[in-house]
Write a protein that binds this ligand. Structure first.
Ligand code: HEM
Length: 129
């Protein structure tokens, strides 16, 4: 039996929470029914709907169980046509909603820390006799 093939155009259509396909390493998966059960949360998957999720999937360092699980949702092999549309991709952690440890701490965080220290000193000064 030959494996089913899926075009980029087809994947692009399944880009909503109610109808959610993603691509991992040139294989297409229909994960609509899985998103609620995903241990990493729904949003990261919805954010990648109709896209190539290979980068983020790899970055998380999913277990073998997770890779096995993927097979249950297999639709077919992705076929790209020359000159055709490209699948959007988040590439790596830094573009997705996943935490990116390579980014420096946001300046607003420092303001918050300084404000908390200031509040603590004020509290000690005025309320503790
Ligand atoms: C449809 C494909 C996916 C499947 C079947 C899947 C499955 C799983 C499973 C079973 C876990 C539990 C830990 C483990 O066994 O590795 C997990 C955790 C996680 N997944 Fe996925 N995942 C998928 C796609 C993604 C994508 C595209 C992202 C994007 C960033 C993602 C982000 C995460 C995160 C952040 C965790 C860690 C949750 C935690 O430990 O708190 N997953 N996933």
């Amino acid at each position: 039996m030959t494996e089913k093939t899926v075009s980029v155009e087809e994947v692009l259509k399944h880009n909503t929470r109610e109808d959610l396909w993603i691509v991992v390493k040139d294989n297409v998966f229909d994960i609509t029914k899985f998103i609620e059960a995903h241990p990493g949360g729904e949003e990261v998957l919805v954010d990648l709907a109709g896209q190539d999720a290979s980068g983020p999937f790899e970055d998380v360092g999913h277990s073998e169980d997770a890779q096995e699980m993927l097979k249950n949702f297999h639709v077919g092999k992705l076929v790209k046509t020359e000159g055709g549309p490209e699948l959007p991709t988040k590439g790596a952690f830094s573009d997705s909603k996943c935490y990116d440890s390579s980014q420096p701490i946001h300046p607003a965080m420092w303001i918050f820390v300084v404000a908390m220290i200031g509040a603590y000193i004020a509290f000690r000064t005025y309320f503790i006799k």
